[in-house]
Write a protein that binds this ligand. Sequence first.
Ligand code: ZN
Length: 307
Amino acid sequence: MHRRSLLALPALLLPGTLRAQTAALPVVASFTILADMAREIGGERVAVRAIAGPDADAHHFQPRPSDAAALRGAAVLIRNGLGFDGWADRMARAANWRGRTVTATEGITPRMVVGGHAHGHSHGRPGQPSPDPHAWQDLSLGRRYAAAIAAGLSAADGDGAAYYAARAAAYDARLAALDAEVRAAIGTVPEARRVVVTSHDAFGYFGAAYGVRFLAPAGVSTTAEPSAQQVARLIRLIREQDVTALFMENMANPANLRRIAAETGVAIGGRLYADSLSPPDGPAPTYEAMFRHNVGLLVPAMRGRAA
Ligand code: ZN
C-alpha cells in the first residue's frame, strides 16, 4: 500500500493495526548528487547524509571522524565509483563497516579519458586511458544511477520496495522529461557555437550527450594549476576554435580563467555546477535544479556573441 497516501489520512482514520512507524533507514552517500537522488527515491523512509557536502570537492575529500561515525550507523553507503570517491571505500574498510554498498555507476560503460586524469585516486598512469567518473552529467546515465539506488534501497529495506519503486518511477519520468528539455534547449544553439571552456573537465558526458564541445585548461584535475604554457596553448585554442563561452566550475581556482578572458575577450559566463550541489538556498540544490541552472547559463552564453 502506498505509504504517503496513508499518512495523508486524518490520524483518526488510521487503524490501530497498522505496523508501527519504523525508524528511517540510515543512508550515507559519498557526495551531494547521490544524496539528493537517495532522498528523491527514499522519501520519508530514509535519513540521508552526504559525506562531501554542498560545494565540497568530492575528488579529494578527507573524511572526518564524524563521517566515519555516521557510516558506522548507516545501513547503506552510496558511492559513484569509477575512481571518483575511493576515499569512501577506504573509510568503510577502516571502519570495518558491513552494510550494503550501492555503486551508482554499476553497469555503466564509462567514457575513457587519456592523460591529466588527476582525481587523486585513479589507478591510471599518465598517458593511459582511465574512466571519466562524471557520468551523472548525462541525464540518461543519471536515470541509471537512480535505478541502482532504488534497487539498493529496496534490497536494504524490503518492506519499502513498492514505495521506492513508485517514487523511482516518478523520478525517472521527471529525469526523462528534463533530458528532453535539455536536448531541446541546446538544440536552439547552432552547432558551431557550442564550444565552451570550463575550469575543470567535468562535462565530457554532458558534451557527448547533448552535443556541446567542452575544452578545459587543466585536463580533469580539480587541483593542479595549468602551467603558463598550458594556459597559452588554451588561449590559442580559444582563438582558433572560436570558443563562445567561458565558465568557472564551482571548485577550481579562477585565476587562469581570468587571464584567458583578459587575453581573448571571451566573457566569463558564470558558475556551472559539476561535482557538487549548492546549499539549499543556492542555485543548484538538487540534481534536477543543477541541470536547469547549468543549461540556463550555457544556452544564452553560447548564443550570446551571435546576437
Ligand atoms: Zn570532477
